[in-house]
Design a protein around this ligand. Structure first.
Ligand SMILES: C[S@@+](CC[C@H](N)C(=O)[O-])C[C@H]1O[C@@H](n2cnc3c(N)ncnc32)[C@H](O)[C@@H]1O
Length: 282
């Protein structure tokens, strides 16, 4: 299917700079007394249902972030705009997202910078897409490949509802292994099962010094990818890492790690594209 810039008319008028009183169309997150999170959108004329109680959207539009509101059951909720770290785990989805703990390292190890030309595949619900769009800024561009039309639609809807206008985003509903056609790309970020199929194509698409980053759930996949990059000879500085993030419970004298943590999610592998493919680089 053909490449598609996201049509402007599908994007509601939500603010690109999330500041000032809460506006119609924006996403907000409610926190209850136990700090449980409820992601909602401010659609005028509608009522928000939380934990059996209702809140009219008109009561929330115009409030400052950080206000306490009460539902029809008199239950208090703190209302804020979600940060990306709060938004991503709450995104509507039918495919796994990359979690905030891994998105931080992805952005820094891929060295995403404002103005960068970045290619991404696959998109899934669009969690990483949002972080990449924010990092490349309006002077950069993100070209995203997604194999499945239904996932592409979900990503378009999530971006429109929870991210806002993104004129610097192009979504291609295509198999990247057949169609990667960009050149002079600064960074390629792959979240798909067999990235080694793209070793030669990624080398051709990247500019010298560009970065290929792959996110993979199992170490056997990582091994196949790294072997393929080394065998190709066109990549250097190949590194693989994972990140473990442990939250702490701090209340009164109870100061300890939280009982539960998200342990393994995925491995990040990065490599730099060198000028000429040669298996004996140094
Ligand atoms: C785990 S999901 C991506 C999640 C996404 N990175 C996020 O953070 O929300 C993997 C996606 O890759 C897509 N995919 C798999 N192989 C692909 C290919 N060859 N070309 C494009 N997309 C592909 C799948 O359809 C799926 O939506």
């Amino acid at each position: 299917m053909a490449a598609m810039a996201v049509p402007e008319k599908e994007i509601p008028n939500i603010k690109t700079i999330p500041r000032g009183p809460l506006c119609e169309g924006e996403a907000v997150i409610f926190f209850d007394r136990k700090e449980r999170e409820y992601l909602k959108r401010l659609e005028r004329g509608k009522r928000i249902s939380i934990r059996g109680g209702m809140i009219a959207v008109e009561e929330i539009i115009g409030l400052e972030e950080g206000t306490i509101v009460r539902s029809s059951l008199n239950e208090p909720f703190l209302v804020l705009r979600p940060t990306l770290a709060q938004l991503i785990p709450n995104l509507p989805r039918r495919a796994q997202v990359i979690y905030p703990k891994d998105i931080g390292p992805v952005l820094i190890w891929a060295d995403i910078f404002p103005g960068a030309k970045v290619v991404e595949a696959g998109v899934g619900p669009g969690a990483l897409t949002m972080a990449l769009l924010r990092a490349v800024g309006s002077e950069g561009c993100l070209i995203s490949y997604e194999l499945r039309e239904d996932f592409a639609q979900m990503a378009r809807a999530n971006l429109a509802h929870y991210f806002g206008p993104a004129a610097h985003w192009t979504l291609k509903v295509e198999d990247i292994t057949l169609h990667l056609e960009e050149t002079d790309v600064d960074r390629i970020i792959l979240d798909l099962p067999e990235p080694w199929q793209l070793t030669e194509m990624a080398w051709r698409a990247l500019r010298p010094g560009g970065i290929l980053l792959s996110y993979l759930p199992t170490i056997l996949q990582v091994k196949t990818l790294v072997d393929s990059l080394r065998e190709h000879g066109g990549f250097a500085c190949i590194e693989t890492m994972e990140s473990l993030m442990r939250f702490w419970h701090i209340k009164g004298l109870s100061v300890r790690p939280q009982h539960r943590m998200v342990a393994h999610t995925g491995f990040v592998t990065v490599a730099r594209r060198v000028a000429r493919a040669d298996k004996r680089q140094l």
